[in-house]
Design a protein. Structure first.
Length: 279
């Protein structure tokens, strides 16, 4: 094994750890505050769908001999740039997204007081069901294709590979929009109170290493279809980093003096004109 292969594996491990750990600061912060105020359920809820799709697509690319054969036929004999750490990351992300979403949907079970943000917005629900319908349409087309089980026909016919791509694009769609409600919530509140910046810093580091790993893998294969053949993984890192930069700007620059950020230790109880902290 050469240096680049070792470096790729190292980047994969580190970005998996960074992205995996990034799921913990937000639910832990909410648990410590006994509140989800300042944040919205839209992010963890749509994340559940996104990581379910990501897990299914990654596991299929990694384990299915048919999908790998169809991929090879379409991309000049190459193999998908999906690693086992991608599967474990997706599974872990799904579990933590469900846990985080439950803090909003079932606040009393966590000992939280109900707060604004417990109900998903209509745009997020529209994206949620739109993605489900879109995948269903592609599955219908693939099932009706006579060449769906053929590897040789993967170049110019509808095959199961296209169905898996449709599932993977759900994760891409989710990533492109999932942070928007929280960005807008921070903007309206003029504060990042309740929103953990640590998860953003870890996400940003993971995005850089994920893209670096994919670039190394493509260079090793001497073919950049390692990126074009797996656009979701490439786009995930880029889209996440753009949002991460926005959150960093909000937290450290735009609302750095806002009353919310320093009070992430606990919720405030308001009585008349006085505020008292509950730690």
């Amino acid at each position: 094994m050469g240096f680049l292969e070792i470096l790729s594996g190292f980047f994969g491990i580190v970005y998996t750890i960074a992205w995996s750990v990034s799921f913990y600061p937000q639910p832990l912060l909410s648990f410590r505050r006994r509140s989800t105020s300042g944040t919205t359920v839209d992010f963890p809820l749509i994340n559940c769908l996104g990581f379910l799709a990501y897990f299914v697509s990654n596991a299929t690319f990694y384990y299915s001999s048919l999908i790998r054969a169809q991929y090879a036929a379409r991309y000049n004999g190459l193999t998908p740039t999906v690693h086992f750490n991608d599967i474990t990351f997706a599974a872990h992300g799904l579990v933590l997204s469900v846990v985080t979403a439950s803090q909003y949907l079932f606040p009393r079970a966590w000992g939280f007081a109900p707060s604004i943000g417990n109900r998903p917005s209509r745009p997020i629900l529209g994206v949620f069901f739109g993605c489900v319908v879109g995948v269903g349409v592609v599955l219908f087309v693939v099932v009706g294709s006579p060449a769906r089980d053929s590897a040789d026909a993967a170049v110019d016919a509808w095959v199961w590979l296209d169905a898996i791509y449709a599932v993977s694009y759900v994760k891409l769609m989710v990533t492109l929009i999932k942070y928007t409600p929280q960005v807008m919530t921070n903007y309206r509140n003029r504060s990042t109170k309740g929103w953990s910046i640590l998860q953003i810093l870890l996400d940003f580091a993971g995005g850089i290493l994920s893209i670096a790993q994919q670039g190394i893998d493509s260079y090793i294969q001497r073919d950049w279809s390692g990126i074009t053949g797996n656009p979701v993984k490439f786009a995930l890192g880029n889209a996440s980093m753009v949002y991460d930069l926005v959150f960093m700007a909000q937290h450290y620059v735009l609302y750095s003096d806002a009353g919310g950020k320093p009070e992430e230790r606990g919720p405030l109880l308001v009585r008349g004109d006085e505020e008292r902290r509950v730690d």
